[in-house]
Write a protein that binds this ligand. Structure first.
Ligand code: FAD
Ligand code: NAD
Length: 475
């Protein structure tokens, strides 16, 4: 039997499920097909983000941050505790119950919005037809739709020389699920996942070493933000080796030895577990058959235009499987925009104004271009910065580290980038995202009243500092 729909969405991550719900809200008869299962082998909507990405990682980051504060910050507040201890299985159960609550919440939203949820692997063939494959690869259903939105997401990249065995050598999913704190943890790649999951296990007592291939730390971030973050991570005991070319893994007397070359010198470290976190690649294998005609580039990304159209009429693609940052909020915005385009609307997604956040301690966040990118492009800029240490709120919170840096066009004063490292910058950045989306100037932020005492005063002062008139620091 062939079922037909107005819209068929392949993948129920933050790109796909949001697209499906928005399509249904717009009155389109919508189905969403997804193949993700949870640890009980039950279908689990929400994709990488809810099941094995954003949400479980933030649950563990929150738990371990509380523990870290209990030991390291509470004494300064005059709060004394008897010896604190950690129960990792309870921490993991809390994480799982948060994931379960949210993934089942998507199932309820699908029901409430009349989105038909189909479990299986969707493969696009010719003429807007999608075959649903069961877990044995057999076609169980054939579906037709006027519009198809491909949102298959991404998966961890692997190192051919150090393949995953999913016990001692794991990807991010494995690193979210350790039942015991590894005594020594080696992480290959000091990017977002390496730093977030490295922080989790470091806070619980693991001896964490990160081996990063590039000479620059957090090459995408502003260089002063990266330098401050690196200083704080080093203080927390994370060992970060830059310019480290990982060669191979071998058994050692006490565990595993990662062999690497650093500054032309051969070295090795002994660890108990290895996390490979060297980036993610589009999960597009088998999603579009050759006869569908949909263009896929040599790295596996589905080729789309600025509005997420593929080269085949009425076939769209969004999220991690297409160009642009691999971030949940970017996927969701594309999902919403495609739904509205299908319904005849004229939505807007500005990929130049996507916030980035790294949920370590201190948190790191930015939007727009860095000072170096702007200088390299020959842009004439003015820069203002302000340290959290000069705000009463950060002091009261016992979190004085970090700063906010604001960059504006020297002629027009339009905001071009804001870069932050410090407490709760994951929340603070959004004011600057809004300001940039509204094409605000630094003067606009400088003239906006910010509550006192609040961390957001650092945004106000950084804006004043662009014009060298910050009050609570010497300009
Ligand atoms: P996905 O979330 O990957 O969803 C795709 C879904 O489609 C999956 O369920 C997959 O099983 C399914 N699927 C694939 N192919 C098929 C098919 N052919 N048929 C049926 N179903 C299919 N981003 C942030 O913005 N903030 C964070 O804090 C953050 N933390 C992260 C932490 C970790 C550890 C990881 C790994 C990622 C994190 N990310 C974060 C990235 C974020 O998870 C992704 O950017 C986001 O999930 C991408 O959404 P998506 O909908 O494009 O794809
Ligand atoms: P990443 O791109 O952030 O970092 C990978 C790091 O590994 C880079 O610094 C890279 O230079 C390094 N690397 C690559 N090959 C290497 C090698 N052979 N040896 C040593 N180092 C090597 O990727 P990730 O940390 O795996 O995360 C994947 C993506 O998931 C992120 O880019 C991001 O889009 C998303 N994510 C986002 C968040 C968030 O928003 N907070 C959290 C986790 C993941």
């Amino acid at each position: 039997m062939t079922d037909s729909f107005d819209v068929l969405v392949v993948g129920a991550g933050p790109g796909g499920y949001v697209a499906a719900i928005r399509c249904a809200q717009l009155g389109l008869n919508t189905a969403c097909i997804d193949n993700q299962v949870n640890h009980k082998e039950e279908p689990a909507l929400g994709g990488t983000c809810l099941n094995v990405g954003c949400i479980p990682s933030k649950a563990l980051l929150e738990s371990t941050e509380q523990y870290h504060k209990l030991i390291h910050s509470f004494p300064a507040h005059g709060i004394k505790t008897t010896k604190a201890s950690v129960d990792v299985p309870t921490m993991q159960k809390r994480k799982e119950s948060i994931v379960e609550g949210l993934t089942s919440g998507i199932a309820q939203l699908f029901k409430a919005n009349n989105v038909i949820s189909i479990h299986g692997f969707g493969r696009l063939t010719m003429d807007n037809t999608v075959n649903v494959l069961d877990k044995n690869g057999k076609i169980s259903r054939t579906l037709l739709a006027r519009h198809i939105i491909l949102a298959p997401g991404s998966m961890p990249s692997h190192l051919p020389t150090i393949p995953f065995d999913h016990e001692f050598v794991v990807d991010s999913t494995g690193a979210l699920n350790f039942e015991k704190v590894p005594k020594r943890l080696g992480i290959i790649g000091a990017g977002v996942i390496g730093l977030e999951l490295g922080s989790v296990w470091n806070r619980l007592g693991s001896e964490v070493t990160l081996l990063e291939a590039l000479d620059d730390f957090l090459a995408l971030a502003d260089h002063q933000v990266a330098a401050e973050a690196k200083r704080q991570f080093a203080k927390q005991g994370m060992n970060i080796h830059l310019g480290a070319q990982v060669n191979k893994l071998s058994k050692s007397r006490t565990g595993l030895a990662i062999h690497y070359t650093e500054k032309e010198k051969e070295s090795s470290i002994d660890v108990d577990r290895v996390v490979v976190a060297i980036g993610r690649r589009p999960a597009t294998e088998g999603v579009v058959s050759a006869d569908s005609g949909v263009g896929v580039d040599d790295r596996g990304f589905i080729q789309v235009d600025d509005e997420c159209r593929t080269n085949v009429p009425n076939v769209w693609a969004i999220g991690d499987a297409v160009r642009g940052p691999m971030l949940a909020h970017k996927s969701s915005e594309e999902g919403m925009a495609v739904a509205e385009r299908i319904a005849g609307g004229k939505p807007h997604v500005n990929l130049n104004i996507v916030p980035w956040v790294i949920y370590t301690s201190p948190e790191i966040a930015w939007v727009g271009l860095t000072e170096k990118q702007l200088q390299d492009a020959g842009h004439d800029i003015r820069v203002g910065s302000f340290p959290f240490a000069a705000t009463g709120r950060a002091r009261a919170m016992e979190e004085p580290n970090g700063f906010i840096k604001m960059i504006a066009d020297a002629r027009t004063d339009r905001l071009l980038g804001v870069h932050m490292v410090g407490p709760h910058v994951s929340e603070l950045i959004n004011e600057c995202v809004l300001a940039m989306e509204y094409q605000a100037s630094s003067e606009d932020l400088a003239r906006t009243i910010h509550a006192h005492p609040s961390l957001s005063e650092a945004i106000h002062e950084a804006a004043l500092a662009v014009d060298k008139r910050a009050i609570h620091r010497v300009n």
